[in-house]
Design a protein around this ligand. Structure first.
Ligand code: CLF
Ligand code: SF4
Length: 483
């Protein structure tokens, strides 16, 4: 049987000139990362920003029970179009989960990680989490296993996580001061007892720190997720960042509170607002130099499937999966070979782009929103984008600093004015939009809002396109002229 034909995405390489660099097959490991760590993160879309352009995760919703209550959570509410942790369309038994993972692995060659992120707590609902992982290790041994937990039951399962080769654990830590915690957690259930108030928050805090220390001691990479709740813990997250850095956290991911009245959460019902995109960025910028930040989180559903910015979960509901599925590794294997070549070329392009931006010596920064379908390229049409990746170009280089979710503006060849207004509002603070194609009308309306939209760099590597715009803006020579 011949190997299946796989490309990154048909549009991704449409204008690339083929493999011109000498880095084909390069692992493109960043210079500041040890080889053993790179091996663990290079295919994990959450732990490596670079990997998220190429690789996908899937969550299986096998763990519905939870041992605490967070004021931002209501697991009864479900909307298939919404992306928010704890939200799920159907809960699965471990057997159903294994069937679904195999079906997805056969269809989504980018799949590299299986995560259990609820819809309750993966460590509290431990038997289902463990049963699922044990079966998957036998079926698809190279799939990375990952869990997300509130941390209360985590210390009880660290040894088993180690035994199952789970390399990646996320703990949600919203406070290190129980007084702050009492405003986030009304109760916890611990050792057959219910605790409330400051006492509940103190126990949770101690268990979270113990779990983190145990994972660090065993070399398991631990990411800390924190929900930024304005007026409750926003300033306090600076302290949280220090604590988790001292205890060996690999990444700190600060996520905006999602709070709407219709979600029925305590915060939603009491009018607690979430932060604006620029408030989140300002806090993240203040943490520069602390625990390394993750800035590309998409706040996934507990049944998400696919690249981080492109949830395909609705294509893989149980009703769409046949009763008998057998794993076929050929598509995933072929895809990995393509990615190895592509990421080597991208590393060269990124390094050249960074040099160009630094050489401009302007001292200015530019916030650029990019429409991308993956592969690290400017390859989505403005009207088709459901999110924009936000990059900052500054004398320090070019970095991904977040994303903005939008409603798709163009459906079936025409766009709604009201939708466009929402897109423009979501792009607040952005200087330039880069996309593969944009019409005159949205371009003009963006210009009216002070945002320049360009489709001159369609299908380029993202960093190459940004550096060319930056150089043109601030007076340095464009990349082509320096080659
Ligand atoms: Fe899932 Fe979480 Fe593992 Fe990733 S998600 S359990 S670490 S595989 Fe990723 Fe989603 Fe953000 Fe989580 S983008 S919410 S950080
Ligand atoms: Fe909801 Fe997770 Fe909090 Fe449990 S830990 S209440 S599932 S957000």
């Amino acid at each position: 049987m011949s190997a299946p034909k796989i490309s990154l995405q048909s549009e991704t390489t449409a204008k690339s000139a083929g493999c011109a660099s000498s880095t084909c097959g390069s692992s493109a490991r960043p210079s500041d990362m040890e080889p053993a760590i790179w091996e663990k993160v290079k295919d994990h879309p959450c732990y490596s920003e670079e990997a998220h352009h190429y690789f996908a995760r899937m969550h299986v919703a096998v763990a519905p029970a939870c041992n605490i209550q967070c004021n931002y959570c209501n697991r009864k509410f479900d909307c298939a179009n919404e992306s928010r942790p704890g939200v799920v369309s159907e809960k699965l038994t471990p057997d159903q989960a294994v069937r679904k993972v195999i079906a997805v692995a056969n269809e989504v060659p980018q799949l590299s990680v299986l995560g259990i992120a609820g819809p309750g707590d993966a460590c509290f609902d431990w038997h289902k989490t463990k049963a699922t992982f044990e079966r998957i290790v036998n079926e698809i041994p190279d799939l990375k296993l990952c869990i997300s937990t509130n941390g209360l039951a985590l210390p009880d399962h660290v040894a088993e996580l180690c035994d199952m080769n789970v390399d990646h654990v996320t703990i949600t830590v919203n406070m290190v001061d129980p007084e702050v915690g009492a405003r986030i957690y009304p109760w916890i259930f611990y050792k057959h007892r219910r605790y409330t108030g400051v006492e509940a928050a103190r126990i949770l805090h101690e268990r979270q720190m113990l779990g983190l220390e145990m994972l660090t001691a065993r070399g398991i990479l631990t990411k800390i997720n924190s929900v930024m709740i304005p007026g409750v813990n926003d300033e306090h997250l600076i302290e949280v960042n220090k604590w988790v850095k001292e205890r060996g956290a690999f990444l700190h991911n600060i996520m905006p509170l999602i709070s709407n009245r219709e979600h029925g959460t305590h915060y939603g019902l009491t009018g607690q607002r979430g932060p604006k995109a620029m408030e989140l960025k300002a806090l993240q910028d203040r943490l520069d130099g602390g625990a390394k930040l993750m800035r590309h989180c998409r706040q996934c559903r507990a049944d998400a499937v696919g690249l981080l910015g492109d949830d395909r979960g609705q294509e893989f509901t149980l009703g769409q999966i046949s009763d008998e599925v057998t794993y076929d590794a050929s598509r995933r294997d072929a895809y990995r070979e393509v990615v190895a070549r592509e990421r080597g070329d991208r590393a060269v392009a990124k390094s050249e782009a960074t040099e160009l931006v630094k050489a401009a010596g302007s001292g200015k920064s530019l916030l650029v929103a990019v429409a991308s379908k993956g592969g690290g390229r400017v390859n989505a049409h403005f009207g088709h984008a459901r999110e924009f990746q936000v990059y900052e170009a500054s004398p320090k280089g070019i970095s991904l600093v977040g994303h903005r979710t939008v409603e798709q503006y163009c459906l079936g060849g025409w766009g709604e004015d009201a939708t466009l207004k929402g897109v423009i509002a979501a792009l607040e603070g952005i200087d330039v939009v880069l996309c593969a194609k944009i019409g005159d009308c949205p371009k003009a309306q963006l210009r009216g809002a002070g945002i320049r939209a360009m489709d001159d760099y369609g299908y380029e590597h993202i960093e190459t396109a940004i550096s060319t715009v930056y150089a043109a803006e601030f007076g340095a020579k464009p990349l082509a002229a320096t080659a």
